[in-house]
Design a protein around this ligand. Structure first.
Ligand SMILES: Nc1ncnc2c1ncn2[C@@H]1O[C@H](COP(=O)(O)OP(=O)(O)OP(=O)(O)O)[C@@H](O)[C@H]1O
Length: 583
C-alpha cells in the first residue's frame, strides 16, 4: 500500500479521479451480477411457465443492466486514465525539475541516455497498474464475493461448493506468489540480462574486431545463466499450486454433478435442476477471469514498486553533491584561489589534500602531469561541478559557495574533451552559448572559431542539421563548433579540458587559432596532453598526486632537471617514434 501512497503523492490534485474510478468499478461489479440474475430467472421461466411476455420483459432487463454495467465500467476507466496520465506527466515533470537542478557531478557520472531511459521507462511502467489494474482489482475482489452471495441465493448447496472452490483457488494462488523475494529476484535477474545485452550490443564493434564469443563476455554470460536459474526456480516453486489452480478452474463446470446427480436421483423438479446447472456453469469462466486479474495485480504492483523505487533513487542521486549556492551575482575579478582544499569523489579516497593554488585574473595557465594526477578534478572544482570537502575555493576573493548558480554559469565556460552537439542546426548549436545573440554575432563566433571551412562543406551552411543524412563532422570540427559556442558565451574564465585531443594534424592548426581567439583577454585554465599546444601560456603547472610540484614559464621549467622537461622529452621521443614509424 506504501507504493500506492507514493504514487498518489505525485498527483494529489487529481486524487478524486482515482477515488471515483474505484467507486464506479465497484458499482460496475455489483451491476455485472444483475444480467446473470435475470438470466437465471429467464431459465426458470423457460423451463416452467414459458410465458413469452415475462421472458421478453426479463430480456429487456438483461439488456438494460448490461448497458448500465458497460457505461459504469467505462466511466471507471475514464477516471483511472485521467489520473494515470496526470500521474505520468507529473512524474516526468518532477524528473525534469530534478534534472534541471541536478548537481554537475551527476552528469559527470551518469550517461544522459540512461537517465532519460530511467525516467521514461519507469513513469510508463506506472500506467498499467493505475489505469487498468487498480480499477480491475476492485472487480477481482468483489466478483468472487458476489458469486458466493448469488450462489447461496440460488441454492445453499451451490453456495457451499462455490465456497470450497474459491478457498482452494485462493490457497493455491497464494502459494504461487507467497515468496515476495522470489519476485524481486526475478525482476532483478530480468533487469541484469537486459542491461548486459544492451552493453554487449553497444560494444559489438570491439566484439567483432577481437572475435570475442559470448563466453568471453563474462557478465552477459553470467546474467543469462542467472536468469535461467531464477526462472527455473520460480517455475518449479509455482508448478504444484499452478496445476491445482488450473485443474480447479478447468474442472469447475463438472463439479455441478456433485449437486445435480443427487437431485436427479431424488426426482426433484427437472426445470429447477436445469436452470441451476446452466446458472452454475456460466460462472466458471467468470471466476477464472477474476483470478487472472488478481494475478496481473501482483505482477504489476511489483513493477510499479520497482519503478517508483528506481525513480526516487535517481532523484536522490541528482541531489547528491550539490553545491550550496549563495546569491552574489557579480564577480569583482577573476582570481582563483584554492586554500587548503581537500576533496575526494568517494568518502575514503582523497584526491586533493590541503591543496593550495593561486591563479591570477586574465592569465593563461596550463595544467600538465601524469594521468590521474588530479588536473581535471581541479578544473571541475573551479566550475562548481563538486563542492570541496574542506578548505576554501575562492573566485574574485569570495568563496565559490557565495555565488549564485547563474553567476558561475555566466562567468565560466568549460570546453570538454568530447564536446556535445545537439541534433539541431550548426547555428542553433552555437547560439546555445548566448540565446540573446544576434545572427551576426553567431556568424562572427563561427568565423573566429575557424569554422568557415566547415560551413563551406555543406550547401545549407550554418543551417545544416548535425547528425542529418550526409552530415559527418570529425572530432576536430565538432570541437571547433564547441569553441564557437564558448566564444559566443564570452565568459571571463575559460576551462579547456584536453580540448585539442580530438584534433588531427590537418585541423590542428585551425584548432590552435580557434583556441587563441577564444582565449584572448580571459583567465584560461588549459589541461593539455599535447605539450606542443601549451607554449603560449603564462604559466605551466605540473600536477602530480593532487599537488602542484612545479610551476613557471616554459623556458623556466625547461632549465634544470624538472619533471616538465622529462615530460617534454618523452613527448618529443614519442612524436619522433611516430614519424619514423609512419614513414
Ligand atoms: N567521477 C569520479 N569518480 C571517482 N573517481 C574519480 C572520478 N573522476 C576522477 N576520479 C579519480 O580521481 C583521480 C584524479 O583524476 P583526474 O581525472 O582529475 O586526473 P587527471 O590528472 O585529469 O588525469 P588524465 O590526465 O588521465 O585525465 C583519478 O584517480 C581518478 O580515477
Amino acid at each position: 500500500m506504501n507504493t500506492f501512497k507514493k504514487l498518489f503523492s505525485y498527483a494529489e490534485e487529481k486524487k478524486v479521479f482515482i477515488v471515483l474510478s474505484l467507486f464506479f468499478s465497484g458499482f460496475a461489479t455489483c451491476l455485472s451480477f444483475l444480467p446473470y440474475y435475470f438470466f437465471w430467472q429467464i431459465l426458470r421461466e423457460i423451463t416452467t411457465n414459458s410465458n413469452i411476455t415475462e421472458i421478453k420483459q426479463i430480456s429487456l432487463y438483461i439488456f438494460l443492466t448490461t448497458v448500465l454495467y458497460g457505461v459504469t465500467y467505462i466511466i471507471s476507466l475514464l477516471c483511472s486514465h485521467l489520473f494515470a496520465f496526470r500521474l505520468e506527466t507529473n512524474m516526468k515533470k518532477r524528473g525534469l525539475y530534478h534534472l534541471l537542478n541536478a548537481s554537475f557531478s551527476f552528469f559527470d557520472i551518469n550517461p544522459s541516455g540512461r537517465t532519460r531511459k530511467v525516467i521514461d521507462d519507469n513513469t510508463g511502467n506506472t500506467h498499467t497498474i493505475i489505469a487498468h489494474i487498480l480499477p480491475d482489482s476492485v472487480n477481482a475482489v468483489l466478483f468472487p464475493i458476489g458469486v458466493l452471495v448469488l450462489s447461496f441465493v440460488a441454492s445453499w448447496k451451490i453456495g457451499v461448493l462455490m465456497s470450497i472452490v474459491i478457498i482452494l483457488a485462493l490457497i493455491s494462488f497464494k502459494l504461487m506468489y507467497a515468496d515476495e523475494n522470489m519476485m524481486k529476484e526475478y525482476m532483478s535477474a530480468l533487469e541484469d540480462i537486459n542491461s548486459e545485452t544492451v552493453e554487449y550490443v553497444r560494444g559489438i564493434q570491439v566484439i567483432k574486431v577481437f572475435g570475442l564469443t559470448l563466453d568471453s563476455f563474462k557478465k552477459l554470460h553470467e546474467s543469462i545463466l542467472n536468469y535461467s536459474r531464477v526462472v527455473n526456480k520460480f517455475s518449479q516453486m509455482s508448478r504444484t499450486p499452478f496445476v491445482i489452480f488450473q485443474c480447479l478452474m478447468m474442472s469447475f463446470s463438472a463439479l455441478i454433478i456433485i449437486i445435480a446427480y443427487p437431485m436427479i436421483v431424488m426426482n426433484e423438479s427437472m426445470s429447477e435442476i436445469i436452470s441451476l446447472v446452466v446458472f452454475f456453469m456460466t460462472f466458471a469462466g467468470l471466476l477464472n477471469s477474476a483470478f487472472v486479474k488478481i494475478m496481473f495485480f501482483s505482477k504489476n504492483l511489483t513493477l510499479a514498486k520497482d519503478a517508483i523505487d528506481k525513480l526516487e533513487d535517481l532523484f536522490e542521486k541528482m541531489d547528491e553533491n550539490k553545491l550550496v549556492m549563495g546569491n552574489i551575482t557579480k564577480m569583482e575579478n577573476y582570481d582563483i584561489e584554492f586554500e587548503k582544499v581537500s576533496f575526494g569523489y568517494e568518502k575514503d579516497v582523497s584526491i586533493l589534500n590541503g591543496f593550495d593554488l593561486k591563479l591570477e585574473s586574465g592569465k593563461k595557465y596550463a595544467l600538465v602531469g601524469s594521468s590521474g594526477g588530479g588536473k581535471s578534478t581541479i578544473a571541475k572544482l573551479i566550475s562548481g561541478f563538486y563542492p570541496v570537502s574542506s578548505g576554501k575555493l575562492k573566485i574574485g576573493g569570495k568563496d565559490i559557495k557565495e555565488y549564485s548558480g547563474e553567476a558561475l554559469e555566466k562567468n565560466i565556460a568549460f570546453v570538454f574533451q568530447h564536446a556535445k552537439l545537439f541534433s539541431r542546426t550548426i547555428f542553433d548549436n552555437v547560439k546555445i552559448g548566448n540565446p540573446e545573440a544576434s545572427y551576426e554575432e553567431v556568424m562572427r563566433a563561427l568565423e573566429i572559431a575557424m569554422c568557415n571551412n566547415i560551413l563551406d562543406k555543406f550547401e545549407t551552411r550554418e543551417k545544416t542539421i548535425i547528425g542529418a543524412e550526409g552530415v559527418h563532422l570529425s572530432g576536430g570540427e565538432i570541437q571547433r563548433i564547441a569553441i564557437a559556442r564558448a566564444i559566443l558565451k564570452d565568459a571571463p574564465i575559460i576551462i579547456l579540458d584536453e580540448a585539442s585531443a580530438a584534433s588531427d594534424p590537418e585541423n590542428e592548426y585551425e584548432m590552435q587559432r580557434a583556441f587563441s581567439n577564444l582565449m584572448k583577454n580571459k583567465t584560461v585554465i588549459m589541461i593539455a596532453h599535447r605539450l606542443s599546444s601549451i607554449r603560449n601560456v603564462d604559466e605551466i603547472l605540473v600536477i602530480d598526486e593532487g599537488k602542484v610540484i612545479e610551476r613557471g614559464s616554459h623556458e623556466k621549467l625547461m632549465e634544470g632537471n624538472t619533471k616538465y622537461r622529462y615530460f617534454r622529452e618523452l613527448f618529443k621521443n614519442a612524436n619522433e617514434w611516430r614519424v619514423v614509424n609512419e614513414n
